[in-house]
Design a protein around this ligand. Structure first.
Ligand SMILES: [Mn+2]
Length: 424
């Protein structure tokens, strides 16, 4: 389904006068609003190819229909999101779920939708049909050298697919670990994993980055071999300058101070990528900002502060991606909501009065510090985010337009009510 420009324009015209009223007010409240709008126009968040279908749990999956049946249709869906919000200009592929048969044609199709290819993701947490050896007891950590070799070769294969598409990073998430005490020798598992990662790292092109994602638990429930940011940091530090830690918001134990983790990884020059989602309990993969919006703002506050301290470019020096699952929502609506929440938190972080905050910190003025942060968080910056979309030719209210145009109904007509996408 293509979204005609005149339909976006008609939608924007209907909402324009109300939008302009709100924008005038917020612009009078926030000093640097024009600079913030410009940064919002440029900010892009990648959409993973596995998030375009309905997600599920181990208990079941309830498809809503009209899901993309091929990589081409997945690119079309991300293109729709990008046309609606101008903030989803990249797609992140999962191999082997989305191996491009004709990379050149796929590149052209993506470019037609204004999309580039973000990090490619390997998969050694499942066995694939026809695969020789099983990952039941881990992949890069495995006690069996042949299994480690198979997993290393898979990652090198993923890099090759990424090169063909113009991607410039590889994300590795390992489910490796153990379910019971005594199952694993922790030091041997670490050493095997490090050696395997070194072989993969040797295949990383000079202009590429390797992201090592950590996760506290699940599917292993006693130990995880890359279980927290300290373990990931310990590997990437040894690997070299092209290796970085990737933070997924859902991959921590409850109440972890993620904003502090982000600040320290940035300070060490080892934060490379970011996966957005939200959670109440564990790796719930809920819509970004749906449960803990203040935490999302505090994380962005550290991201902006830490990136600016190192002179980093917000748009391209970290890999930004949504990594969520949609069990009860239309996946495309859910992704629009996540992107909106991320943009709001970014805008609020950009509006923080950093000079005043530094002064409050230097004077141990705890009350003033809280006032500054909560003032930014409680300011409604939605008109700034909407204005960034308007200037880029996208929709003032993406979810409303998506519903008015009956996009899902159209996709079901095109693809069928039973079309189910690959993914988790
Ligand atoms: Mn992730």
């Amino acid at each position: 389904m293509q979204l005609e420009k005149y339909k976006i324009d008609a939608h924007n015209n209907d909402l324009l006068s109300a939008h302009q009223r709100k924008l005038a007010f917020i612009s009078s409240e926030i000093e640097n609003s024009e600079a913030i709008i410009q940064k919002l126009v440029n900010f892009q968040i990648a959409i993973p190819s596995w998030a375009l279908g309905t997600g599920g749990t181990r208990f079941g999956r309830f498809s809503g229909g009209g899901e993309p049946r091929s990589l081409e249709e997945k690119i079309e869906d991300v293109g729709l999101l990008h046309a609606l919000n101008n903030s989803s200009g990249a797609i992140s592929l999962h191999i082997p779920w989305d191996i491009p048969q004709n990379p050149q044609a796929i590149k052209v199709l993506a470019a037609q939708h204004g999309l580039r290819f973000d990090a490619v993701n390997s998969n050694t947490f499942q066995d694939q049909p026809g695969q020789e050896k099983t990952y039941k007891f881990g992949s890069l950590q495995n006690v069996n050298r042949d299994i480690r070799k198979q997993a290393i070769e898979h990652n090198i294969e993923v890099i090759k697919h990424g090169i063909e598409l113009g991607s410039d990073s590889l994300t590795i998430w390992l489910s490796d670990g153990s379910c019971f005490p005594g199952q694993l020798n922790f030091r041997k598992a670490y050493q095997n994993t490090l050696e395997s990662l070194e072989e993969i790292y040797a295949a990383i092109p000079d202009n590429w980055k390797l992201f090592l994602e950590y996760k506290a638990f699940e599917p292993n429930f006693y130990s995880t071999t890359v279980g927290d940011w300290g373990q990931s940091y310990s590997y990437v530090k040894k690997l070299g300058d092209k290796a970085f830690t990737l933070v997924d918001l859902g991959h921590h134990l409850p109440n972890a101070n993620i904003e502090q983790i982000v600040a320290l990884l940035l300070m060490e020059g080892k934060l490379g990528g970011f996966h957005f989602n939200d959670s109440k309990y564990g790796d719930d993969d809920l819509t970004a900002g749906a449960i803990k919006p203040y935490q999302l703002f505090l994380i962005f506050n550290e991201l902006v502060d830490g990136m600016d301290a190192r002179g980093m470019d917000h748009t391209k020096d970290l890999g930004w991606m949504i990594d969520a699952s949609h069990n009860v929502k239309d996946p495309l609506e859910d992704l629009l909501q996540s992107v909106e929440a991320i943009m709001m938190s970014y805008a609020q972080a950009l509006s923080v009065d950093r000079i005043a905050l530094n002064k409050a910190q230097d004077e141990n003025d705890v009350v003033a510090a809280q006032e500054i942060l909560q003032n930014a968080f409680r300011t409604d910056v939605r008109p700034l985010v909407a204005e960034a979309r308007l200037r880029a030719g996208a929709a003032l209210n993406p979810v409303a337009l998506y519903r008015n145009l009956k996009v899902r109904e159209n996709l079901i007509n095109e693809r069928g009510a039973k079309a189910v996408s690959t993914g988790l």
